[in-house]
Design a protein around this ligand. Structure first.
Ligand SMILES: Nc1nc2c(c(=O)[nH]1)N[C@H]1C(S)=C(S)[C@@H](COP(=O)(O)OP(=O)(O)OC[C@H]3O[C@@H](n4cnc5c(=O)[nH]c(N)nc54)[C@H](O)[C@@H]3O)O[C@H]1N2
Ligand SMILES: Nc1nc2c(c(=O)[nH]1)N[C@H]1C(S)=C(S)[C@@H](COP(=O)(O)OP(=O)(O)OC[C@H]3O[C@@H](n4cnc5c(=O)[nH]c(N)nc54)[C@H](O)[C@@H]3O)O[C@H]1N2
Ligand code: SF4
Ligand SMILES: [Mo]
Length: 868
């Protein structure tokens, strides 16, 4: 295989098209697809670095039981027999699947069909429960169906874009770039960001509303009442196509805006802009969904679009942006525990229809457990067999230590995984090797209902198999061969399409029945397409919703406080989320060198006032403690947060840090309707850990670190980088760490100044260690250039041991060209005053563009300094 293959990015829900050209040596060149409607030639830093994630060194390549390699026959027989015995002895509800929005639609369909149609339980939930379950529930309450009405082009055609709880610049960078470009072309367009933090997304905001966490319902109630007061009501639309406005308005009018903690004038500006602008898109993400009031937040903002009739027409509507590449496919196959396939529900008609279509032998007849309760049931022993696919719950579920304990105590834990070691793999008994992105075949659906092909471009490694195949082999062993007799993914896609059209007649939004007869060649060549909607592919422009009376519902949303409130012993609110260059639990982005530099460590961000009240300084190590657990992270002091709130990234796991796994501390409170956990609001306290030394290690071969209070590791080019700290005396640490470094990286040891030591063999640096009583943020960047040299000159050796260089100061800003913050600052100091000028001298910001908000921030800071 060396021809270029058109496929889809495996990361975020934007669903960018990618052209992959294998190099014949296991790698591939990755480029943006210029013809794909989602990105038209754009990629972000993560997508552009996909080529660095393809190596096989960390892959799970053979089935394993209790740490022993076994054949597929043995593994599949064991899984099937275990499921059969569990069901026989304890009933179907003692079995559960926990799956993922990162499965392809065909895999997802197979998992859902097996458990709901043939094992007799709906105990299948997906990590999308943590991601967009509140949107699903909010859509259903408002529209009678889980429909995303709009299209990406609506952002470009809107005159006002409201981003609620979305850090679009970092989490959906290509859409952010499209928005940025649209704004440049049409400067009258306005952007409002509603987020307690001042994120990089605020870079393009005309108005930032840093509301009190959890107060979105109040804000949108106040907006609804404000619109009604100003008479901005589409009376015709409201009368003909909606119901229950009075109750919603009554609650909205009684809402006190003060709970948002915002200046009244800013709220008024927001209402004015919304009132004045016909074309408004309200895009929202995890700041809305991951909340104990998530569903109400969704409905509060949809209410405003229903009142003004601004839905389903160009440039307007509520827009739930999905996180994972196939979050939408998961909704289509109905893999949430409370939904059925093809956008059907657990009503008698839905159950009967799906059962007939599948010729189900043991159809689930009631909804199953939702993610958090599902793992509680595993821990309590009510669920005795659990099968996890394409997700890492020991890192990504709240109260994560309890999840690990649940899995370790489970008699029959199965994980289908692409990689050999993860926090979840480590806790499971049976490990099944799954194919990964470059090898997989099927379809995914992006945030705008766009279905695209993922096509394999690398050979299948080892004995790894695609998830649908593993599932059908187990099904066959359980006696369901006929229902799972697919020869390939095209068979599954046709069945999925046929079910969507089965007895539909316009009663369900999701209908791709036209594809039920697609042949293999056409499936292989399938071009990206958006399903459903009217002629312009939008839903609801005609006012026809999917409740039985075809009307949409206003929902009366009463503001309420988050479930766990801060108190004296835990006065801070822990907010969590993403950073620009890492994807979830770092199993893939963590392999990339160029993605490592932007945020190399797990940090806890804190406001300067809260930091000084606790004696915390930038670079300290702090312990974050909640009622559920704790973590140890690097402190970053920043006024981008409100007082009383701290922020930690979700990405670090036990594989790459000692205690950066933030979900050990995150509370498992959930929304009462959607069951989505409140991942953005945990009461915590933070205290400084007294470290007696800090250090950095760069080593070509991985080092087994001794017991120390803090460590985090990342990739370097041909080496591992460790940031370390501890509370032993410095001399003791120096000895223990240099011994550990030298055990893994043997060779002559050279001692330098200021706690620097290095193994230099034949003139090449094998490892370098620096330890001191204070934290040196720049050490990794200072030593990195030496690791790139095959042979040190005498001058370079002196520099390494006695000086170092600061050419890479400040960490990596531009991941595409490896340009440091220091280099950009130097360009500014040399007179560059624009993005273009910086691009011309350093290349920074000229490729994927993900770093442009940060460059602009540096330019602004420099302007302020000059003005002062
Ligand atoms: N780089 C990167 N991109 C990703 C991912 C990744 O791992 N890395 N993951 C993908 C996935 S699966 C998802 S779901 C998306 C998530 O995409 P986003 O939802 O944009 O990302 P988050 O950082 O989780 O959270 C968004 C914002 O919600 C804010 N927030 C917290 N509490 C509140 C509140 O009460 N109200 C409001 N209005 N805002 C609040 C946070 O401060 C945060 O800035 O990203 C996708 N894209
Ligand atoms: N504190 C906090 N926690 C959060 C969030 C937050 O904002 N804050 N966000 C939540 C959200 S929105 C999400 S979506 C989740 C994401 O959390 P997870 O789903 O747990 O994170 P990933 O690292 O994407 O895990 C996917 C796993 O699947 C494996 N894999 C990749 N491809 C395949 C495949 O084809 N088959 C199989 N079988 N395995 C494969 C990968 O190696 C990886 O281990 O995290 C949630 N957790
Ligand atoms: S925006 Fe980035 S991560 Fe998302 S699909 Fe496009 S390239 Fe992939
Ligand atoms: Mo997500």
């Amino acid at each position: 295989m060396t021809a270029a293959v058109h496929t889809t990015c495996p990361y975020c829900g934007v669903g960018c098209g990618i052209v992959a050209t294998p190099d014949g040596k296991g790698g591939a060149a990755i480029a943006a697809d210029h013809d794909h409607p989602a990105n038209r030639g754009r990629l972000c830093s993560k997508g552009a670095a996909l080529g660095e994630t393809l190596s096989l060194e960390d892959r799970l390549l053979h089935p394993e039981i209790d740490g022993q390699r076994v054949s597929w026959e043995v593994a599949l027989d064991t899984v099937a027999e275990g499921l059969r015995q569990t069901i026989e002895a304890h009933g179907p509800d003692a079995v559960a699947f926990y799956v993922s929005g990162q499965l392809l639609t065909e895999d997802y369909y197979a998992a859902n069909k097996l458990i709901k149609g043939f094992l007799g339980t709906a105990n299948i939930d997906t990590n999308s429960r943590l991601c967009m379950a509140s949107s699903v529930a909010g859509h259903k309450r408002a529209f009678g169906s889980d429909t995303v009405p709009g299209l990406y082009e609506d952002f470009e055609r809107a005159d006002l874009v409201v981003l609620v709880g979305s850090n679009l610049a970092w989490c959906h960078p290509v859409l952010f770039q499209r928005l940025e470009a649209a704004r440049l072309a049409r400067p009258s367009m306005k952007v409002v960001v509603v987020d307690p933090r001042r994120t990089e997304t605020c870079d393009i905001a005309d108005l930032h509303l840093p509301l009190k966490p959890g107060s979105d319902v109040a804000l949108f109630n106040v907006l609804l009442a404000g619109l009604a007061d100003r008479g901005v009501v589409d009376r015709d639309f409201v009368e003909r196509h909606t119901s229950d406005l009075a109750a919603a308005l009554a609650v909205a009018s009684a809402t006190n805006p003060a709970v948002c903690g915002l200046p009244r004038s800013d709220i008024d500006t927001f209402i004015d802009w919304f009132a004045r602008t016909e074309r408004v898109v309200t895009l929202y993400s995890q700041g809305v969904n991951q909340s104990s009031a998530g569903v109400d937040k969704v409905n509060a903002l949809i209410n405003c679009h229903l009142l003004t009739g601004r839905i389903g027409r160009p440039g307007m509507g509520p827009f739930s942006i999905t996180g994972q590449p196939n979050a939408m496919g998961g909704r289509e196959v109905g893999a949430l525990s409370n939904t059925l396939a093809a956008h059907m529900d657990f009503g008698p008609a839905g159950i009967d229809r799906v059962a007939r279509f599948w010729r189900a032998t043991r159809m689930a007849t009631k909804p199953g457990l939702k993610a958090v309760e599902l793992f509680e049931a595993v821990r309590a022993g009510r669920i005795k067999a659990v099968w996890i696919m394409a997700t890492n719950p020991v890192a990504s579920l709240p109260d994560a230590d309890a999840v690990r304990e649940a899995l370790r105590g489970c008699e029959f834990s199965i994980v289908s995984e692409a990689i050999r070691a993860s926090d979840t793999v480590d806790a499971c008994r049976i490990r099944l090797p799954a194919l990964a992105w470059a090898e997989k075949d099927g379809t995914v659906t992006n945030s705008e209902r766009g279905i695209s092909r993922q096509r394999p471009f690398l050979p299948q490694p080892g004995e790894a198999r695609q998830d649908w195949w593993i599932l059908s082999e187990v099904a066959r062993r359980l006696g369901h061969g006929e229902a799972f007799a697919w020869r390939g993914v095209a068979d599954i896609f046709r069945e999925h399409a046929a079910l969507s059209g089965f007895e539909n007649d316009g009663t369900r939004d999701f209908d791709i029945g036209a594809y039920a007869a697609i042949d293999d060649t056409a499936y292989d060549a399938l071009r990206p397409f958006v399903w459903g909607g009217a002629a312009d592919r939008r839903f609801f422009g005609d006012g026809r919703f999917f409740h039985a009376d075809r009307r949409a519902r206003f929902i009366a949303t009463t503001p309420r406080l988050p479930v766990n409130a801060p108190d004296e012993s835990r006065p801070l609110i822990l907010n969590t989320g993403r950073v620009r260059d890492q994807w979830h639990t770092m199993t893939r982005t963590g392999k990339s060198v160029r993605l490592a530099g932007h945020r190399p460590e797990p940090t806890i961000e804190i406001h300067p006032d809260d930091a000084s009240a606790r004696g915390l300084g930038d670079g300290d190590i702090a312990e974050v403690t909640s009622l559920w657990g704790r973590g140890a992270l690097r402190v970053h002091v920043t006024d981008s947060l409100r007082r009383g709130e701290v922020f930690g990234p979700m990405h670090w796991t036990a594989q790459v840090s000692r205690a950066g796994r933030i979900n050990a501390a995150v509370n498992p409170a959930v929304d009462p309707i959607s069951g989505q956990p409140e991942l953005k609001h945990t009461p915590v306290e933070i205290r400084r850990l007294d470290m007696r030394w800090h250090g950095t290690i760069l080593a070509r071969r991985a080092v087994m670190l001794p017991q120390i209070s803090y460590w985090a590791r990342i990739r370097g080019a041909g080496y591992h980088a460790y940031m370390v700290a501890g509370d032993q005396p410095l001399a003791v640490a120096q000895q223990a760490l240099s011994a550990a470094v030298r055990t893994a990286n043997p060779g002559p040891w050279l001692a330098g100044d200021k706690g620097v030591g290095a193994v230099v063999s034949d003139g090449r640096v094998e490892a370098v260690l620096t330890l001191g009583s204070t934290y040196e943020a720049e050490a990794r960047d200072r030593f990195a250039p030496f690791m790139a040299l095959e042979r040190l000159t005498t001058g370079q050796r002196n520099e390494l041991l006695h000086g170092g260089t600061d050419m890479h100061r400040g960490g990596e800003l531009c991941a595409c060209f490896g340009v440091s913050r220091g280099a950009v600052e130097a360009a500014i100091a040399d007179g560059a005053t624009s993005l273009a000028a910086i691009g011309a001298t350093t290349h920074a910001g000229t490729s994927c563009g993900s770093c442009r908000p940060e460059i602009r921030a540096l330019l602004r800071a420099a302007r302020l300094v000059r003005a002062a």
